[in-house]
Design a protein around this ligand. Structure first.
Ligand code: G
Ligand code: G
Ligand code: MN
Length: 425
């Protein structure tokens, strides 16, 4: 057990500790569960409330974990906002699900931050010994993968499955298969509608790539995009996406103002010296109006090489393109550079939108971001809207544009055009 709740365990000694711990706690016929728990938006808690309050929250969080644990359980802090729990003597998956629910519901009562009561949320990834791995390193890795899945899903926790495994051990295959994907015409562009919250009118859509491999079926972009970034294939994938988007919008209904299409750019592409000329030539090939095209760049991509990316984005803005900052709030936001960002749109990350109705802090952040963006004449898009109540709340807060499953899921071109027509009618 660690000395102080806010002490971050050293990797090597943690692994050694855990190895000993596991060998001491193996019980015949029983399982052992590894839980990784990450407090959401911890960086924002630091920014909004200060380090002292954030440390205090960590203490309280850790105390709650200890309160719920049995004497044989192991708890340590392994990262800024991440804790590990090891639960021995687990009978089955149902048993660990129960524990996960118990832990998560301990967050239902608010935490005290600078004298204010605030609810926090957390995501959890779970892996089981010996079902998912038998050594500690692989178990942690699998719990991390499950945590990633939880972050991307509406559920607060996720248990590792063999489906995740398939994808992860086959990185090599993915790279090989990606090489053939374009020739075999396996990519498709889906569109998720965006609606203007002030007028109720259609605004445009985000273009999202889908890959249907002939053997493995659909492979999620959050799996193959990172692989393509490592292998360099991201460049040709992006040129494909931009060209497909500009080709397909020609068949969209004509509106006033014209509908926009947003394309995601990865950090690798943002720093590609050919970006500007490639975008220009795609615009001229398809005879597209630059104002119809928005490029989405994540906050963290922008920060990788700030000087170069600001110059590139300025150049793109100068011929009429829109620039949007994607996943806003998940990177290192700083007021100091905000006024220089060459963007005219900002997308609040869906992780803030998801819990904003019953999480005062998220709502506070959303409100602050909207006010700040408007101060710089930047439009705000909220993504991840899953219900009517969230939509109304965002409207009240002055948010400009809405995107989310509540309006529509991403869909293929034909369905999207049908959706547009139904919406207009
Ligand atoms: O559509 P979905 O939620 O599965 O997308 C998962 C992630 O993949 C999102 O972060 C999205 O930005 C990213 N993504 C989708 N399409 C593209 C694309 O064409 N290029 C890049 N770089 N990322 C994409
Ligand atoms: O990282 P990026 O913002 O590009 O991710 C966009 C992805 O978010 C889309 O691929 C889409 O599948 C997903 N998304 C859009 N709306 C919602 C929503 O309401 N709920 C959830 N869980 N995901 C959404
Ligand atoms: Mn996006």
């Amino acid at each position: 057990m660690n000395e102080s709740p806010t002490y971050v365990a050293n990797r090597d000694s943690l692994l050694r500790d855990l190895e000993h711990y596991i060998s001491d706690h193996l019980t015949e016929g029983k399982k052992l569960a590894i839980l990784l728990i990450n407090i959401n938006h911890f960086r924002q808690i630091n920014v909004v409330y200060g380090y002292q309050a954030a440390d205090h929250l960590l203490d309280e969080f850790s105390q709650r974990l200890h309160k719920l644990s049995r004497k044989q359980d192991y708890i340590a802090r392994v990262g800024n906002s991440e804790f590990i729990m090891v639960l021995p003597e687990i009978l089955n998956e149902g048993h660990v699900t129960l524990a996960a629910h118990k832990l998560l519901s301990s967050l239902d009562s608010p935490f005290s931050l600078n004298g204010h009561k605030h609810k926090i949320s957390a995501d959890m990834g779970i892996a089981l010994f010996p079902d998912h791995a038998v050594d500690i390193q692989s178990l942690i890795q699998k719990a991390e993968l499950a945590l990633l899945t939880a972050r991307h899903s509406a559920d607060a926790y996720s248990i590792y499955t063999s489906k995740t495994q398939n994808i992860e051990v086959n990185n090599w295959d993915i790279e090989d298969e990606l090489r053939n994907a374009q020739e075999r015409d396996e990519f498709e562009l889906y569109f998720q509608p965006q609606v203007d919250l002030k007028t109720g009118q259609l605004f445009g859509a985000e273009a999202l790539i889908r890959w249907k491999n002939r053997d493995k079926g659909y492979i999620r972009p959050d799996i193959f995009i990172p692989v393509s970034e490592q292998s360099g294939q991201i460049h040709s994938i992006t040129w494909w996406t931009i060209n497909a988007a500009l080709r397909l919008i020609k068949d969209w209904p004509v509106t006033q103002p014209p509908l926009k299409v947003s394309v995601n750019l990865s950090a690798r592409v943002l720093n590609d010296p050919e970006l500007v000329s490639s975008v220009r030539s795609a615009l001229s090939i398809w005879g597209a109006n630059p104002e119809q095209l928005t490029l989405e760049v994540t906050e963290s991509a922008l920060m990788e090489d700030m000087d170069t990316s600001f110059i590139t984005l300025d150049e793109l803005r100068s011929f009429g393109l829109n620039i949007s900052i994607d996943d806003f709030g998940t990177g290192y936001s700083s007021m100091a550079y905000f006024k220089y960002i060459p963007a005219n749109e900002l997308k609040i990350d869906k992780s803030f939108i998801r819990y904003m109705l019953d999480n005062e802090m998220d709502q506070h952040i959303v409100k602050t971001v909207i006010e700040m963006a408007h101060g710089f004449d930047i439009k705000v898009v909220a993504e991840g809207i899953e219900n009517e109540a969230t939509l109304s709340s965002l409207k009240r807060l002055g948010c400009d544009i809405a995107q989310g499953f509540y309006l529509a899921r991403p869909m293929p071109q034909e369905d999207f055009i049908q959706w547009l027509e139904d919406y207009q009618a």
